[in-house]
Write a protein that binds this ligand. Structure first.
Ligand code: MG
Length: 169
């Protein structure tokens, strides 16, 4: 299914390596031996998650329906014009970002504000006519992958803890 999802993203003008670059830039300051190849590997794992797949399928379908003018009013105009107060696109992206904990949430907030890389391109509607959901889906996927890498890189800290070292409270 992750292959189908990657193909769907490609159909919308987004390549996995572009998302991987965002993930790399988010985490290289914390994980010095990080590689782009590893980021792609982690991203592929994120795309295997059912909740990610459902969120992407939903968001892309709504973008495509809005492009074709097939939604009912006023939702058609809201999504077509990327209404600034709509916010459901961010909710869907956050749903993806949250799957590996709060690191994903904060990374999503950063990406949503800074619109780095392909996210900025999508936000300017330069790839398709309607990308209301797509930019948030990409930000969510990148944030989730960054969180997964962060957890993997610092998990050894937790493994050193045991009942003798953890103070009882
Ligand atoms: Mg959006």
């Amino acid at each position: 299914m992750s292959k189908e999802l990657a193909a769907l993203l490609m159909e919308r003008g987004i390549y996995l390596h572009e998302i991987a670059q965002i993930v790399y830039d988010l985490q290289i300051g914390f994980v010095p031996d990080l590689t782009l190849e590893y980021c792609v590997e982690v991203l592929t794992g994120v795309l295997e998650k059912r909740e990610v797949q459902f969120a992407v399928l939903t968001g892309v379908a709504l973008d495509k329906l809005a492009e074709a003018g097939l939604l009912t009013s006023p939702l058609q105009e809201i999504i077509q014009n990327d209404h600034p107060l709509y916010g459901i696109d961010e909710v869907l992206g956050l749903g993806i970002a949250n799957i590996y904990g709060t690191i994903g949430t904060t990374s999503f907030g950063y990406l949503d504000k800074e619109k780095v890389g392909v996210i900025g391109r999508l936000n300017c509607n330069k790839v398709n006519k309607v990308n209301t959901f797509m930019d948030d889906l990409v930000a969510g996927i990148a944030a989730a992958a960054a969180a997964k890498i962060a957890h993997a890189s610092i998990s050894h800290i937790g493994s050193n803890l045991n009942s003798k070292t953890v103070p009882k409270s």
